[in-house]
Design a protein around this ligand. Sequence first.
Ligand SMILES: Nc1ncnc2c1ncn2[C@@H]1O[C@H](COP(=O)(O)OP(=O)(O)OP(=O)(O)O)[C@@H](O)[C@H]1O
Ligand SMILES: Nc1ncnc2c1ncn2[C@@H]1O[C@H](COP(=O)(O)OP(=O)(O)OP(=O)(O)O)[C@@H](O)[C@H]1O
Ligand SMILES: [Mg+2]
Ligand SMILES: [Mg+2]
Lengths: 462, 462
Amino acid sequence: REKFQSISAADFFYRNREIAGFDNPVRATYTIIRELVENALDACEQYSIPPDVRTKLIDEGNSIYRIRVEDNGIGVPYDQVPYAFGQILFGSKYTLRQSRGIFGLGGKMAVLYGQITAHSSVKVLSSTGGFEKYFYELNINVQENKPIIRRKEVTPNPGRWRGTIIEFSFEGDYIRAKPKVVEYFRQTSILLPYANILFIDPDGTLYRFDKITDEMPKPAETVKPHPYGVDLEIVHRMINATRSSTMVDFLVNNFHRVGAATAMNFLKEAKISQNANPRTLDSKDLLRLVNKMKEYDGFQPPDAQCLSPIGEELLKKGIIREFRPEYVAVTQRGASAYAGYPFIVEAAIAYGGDIPITPQDEMLVFRFANKIPLLYDLHSDVTMKVIKKINWQRYRLDLSSMPLAFFVHICATKVPYKTVGKEYIADRPEVEYEIEWALKTCARDVRNHLAKKEKADIVQRR
Amino acid sequence: REKFQSISAADFFYRNREIAGFDNPVRATYTIIRELVENALDACEQYSIPPDVRTKLIDEGNSIYRIRVEDNGIGVPYDQVPYAFGQILFGSKYTLRQSRGIFGLGGKMAVLYGQITAHSSVKVLSSTGGFEKYFYELNINVQENKPIIRRKEVTPNPGRWRGTIIEFSFEGDYIRAKPKVVEYFRQTSILLPYANILFIDPDGTLYRFDKITDEMPKPAETVKPHPYGVDLEIVHRMINATRSSTMVDFLVNNFHRVGAATAMNFLKEAKISQNANPRTLDSKDLLRLVNKMKEYDGFQPPDAQCLSPIGEELLKKGIIREFRPEYVAVTQRGASAYAGYPFIVEAAIAYGGDIPITPQDEMLVFRFANKIPLLYDLHSDVTMKVIKKINWQRYRLDLSSMPLAFFVHICATKVPYKTVGKEYIADRPEVEYEIEWALKTCARDVRNHLAKKEKADIVQRR
Ligand SMILES: Nc1ncnc2c1ncn2[C@@H]1O[C@H](COP(=O)(O)OP(=O)(O)OP(=O)(O)O)[C@@H](O)[C@H]1O
Ligand SMILES: Nc1ncnc2c1ncn2[C@@H]1O[C@H](COP(=O)(O)OP(=O)(O)OP(=O)(O)O)[C@@H](O)[C@H]1O
Ligand SMILES: [Mg+2]
Ligand SMILES: [Mg+2]
């Protein structure tokens, strides 16, 4: 009576693409640019390559646009290209390390959108800097979620070029999307004073953000899971894959910052034998292990090697370049964690210069997550919740009469996005707490500057 | 250098479960109950079975709860049970017909959450009313996205019982989730005056909503896609599956409300030969076909047989039972469509009775989509956007001083949810328009009632 069927992950995201940010041609134009530029920036920063990302959007008429993004990043290995761009839920960012990408979905959704609205295939040219470079023309077989290789060419790479060029057409609406697209590039460059970012739009306008420093943040390193982030599924997988024959070895080899002494202490408290073979634990033991792990307070907190914050100096440089403010207060909080996932909040408040005075309900708030600018759903976001909560008068900051701009950057191994389209961030209490303290620290700093300035003015007038 | 991997759909939703409404134990408690009850109600209504759905939530201590939902619905066929409850992206609601379920995900996410937080497997007892009933104990193999059958028993079904019972444990927080959970049952019953709904909570409190009528809306029927909702992927699949050997037959057999005459006329305008074999169309032809289909104005609009609105009478009954208002204005708009997907808006405004006077920023707004109560993200939802836009003073309705309650129900073959957790609805212009007109119609109706009443009072006083 009921007709049962299973569908592939590609079919699911094809049918429900508005959930991934592809609601309509305006939003799709923005999302496509965002997804491709973020892939390019990840490919550079992960390997300490000063990013050089060039985006071109051409109007082909009939609402069809052609997008081309070129980067000087690490490139995509020859045999992975078809899957990287043609199979949904495939990628290299499923590890515990900060990166813009996390779902293994974004680039493919962009390609899929071009395929269904403009019958376009995607052209990818890439090289990892070796003797050859390779070109692919691909489509996605949606029902089976696998790539369709239309064309494949391997050519010599005498210049040892390394990078990726991706190009395809799609149905868009640049006229309506333009303000958000331009703002996306502008905000991206605020956090990346060490990157060359170029955008040529369909009107031929060149938007260019040249780097002003060679200094880059240290890249994030992949870490093992932290005990506080554990659940039964993770532990099951670890046990199935482990070669450790004792529980102490198992814990030391599989978890972040767990040494032999800590492991032995913990196992004693969890009443699990230190020499037991992990594979002999029954489901009662496993449940007790997981629950005890989450509450044992003898574990070292997660450290920040898996994160790559911008840093106070670079953040300041980026803000100064864009706004030339009279004063910028920046702060980077220490590493914190929610559910075992480490994160760091960086914040800034800038005053004066090119910053306009805005009405209180139109405050200038710039939000970033893993260096991705968030331009939608401000009022659902945790940052806005915190800003509304803070009593700014305590810091003698009058939001309605002073030229102020607020910046909040959250970097995490797992950003608590509420949506697949990465629009805004859920309000985790630990994250909320860190944002609040970061902003208050900056507020105090700005207040002190304004107080000094006021004093100096008074002295001067006498 | 980069480590590439693909993950299953189950692994994706396991890693990103907050995107499906499983952020934390409080929200999970609500979402689990919601998903199971919605499955039960669909199983009844789709087959005109007056629903009898009984939910029990037991506190097992240590934040672990056991949920049990029993229904008298159509049951799940023997061979489909493992996939229906153990394979993500599997179900019977992938068709073009109104139902609460659409993703093939909800029930499984609930089971998965119980599996990872409480090591629970799911117990399912079901029968489609035949000679046998069958019991399964299942888990989900997350990495491979397939069911693990722990136990399976087929037993005689002498009473020809038909229905489904599902039971498992999970880590929850009923104390915090309680207000939303109770509200969910209450709002569900408002739209279902023909259903018996029962909920026994961990404190032993019985919430009971008995039916007050036997009259049910006619179930929705599956329809073919409408030309306005077409895209290249859909057309490709139709062509691959079709046995039609001419374009006229192909259109008539594959699309909703397209007759031979309309098909011939359309093909002439699209400059595609009427006798061409669909499989001979090249990609240029297909793109022209799809684009022309979307703009050809000679197609009949989608009709409403694939929808199942509550109807003005039943909606009124449900509101009266719950609020005993002095007056209820209800309206059902005609069928409309967005992107080829038909939808109908039903709305009501109730005045007086048990309805309290609420401050304007805390208005009583009840939102429903395919009969699912939406209890989150009111301010991001399209309904709130419309309510804020309407000039209520024109209808002499003072929201801050009158006891008013607003009800909006959208039924569609594809509700434009913004999230996998079905929290709120995107603002499609066609939907916005329909909600606006429905509410204004009700507002006028209430205003007329109040004007009459005022007149009668004046006459009486003389
Ligand atoms: N420009 C590029 N340079 C190098 N590798 C790339 C590039 N673009 C994509 N890739 C590779 O392809 C993979 C898939 O990209 P995709 O955007 O689909 O998913 P993701 O970036 O991993 O996650 P998300 O969905 O969050 O964006 C990436 O993980 C990366 O390994
Ligand atoms: N109580 C039930 N009675 C009958 N069939 C059921 C019941 N619960 C689940 N099913 C079947 O199992 C399938 C999968 O349910 P699941 O909740 O995972 O997805 P869905 O309801 O199709 O979509 P959604 O993710 O939107 O809820 C359903 O499509 C239905 O066919
Ligand atoms: Mg990506
Ligand atoms: Mg369901």
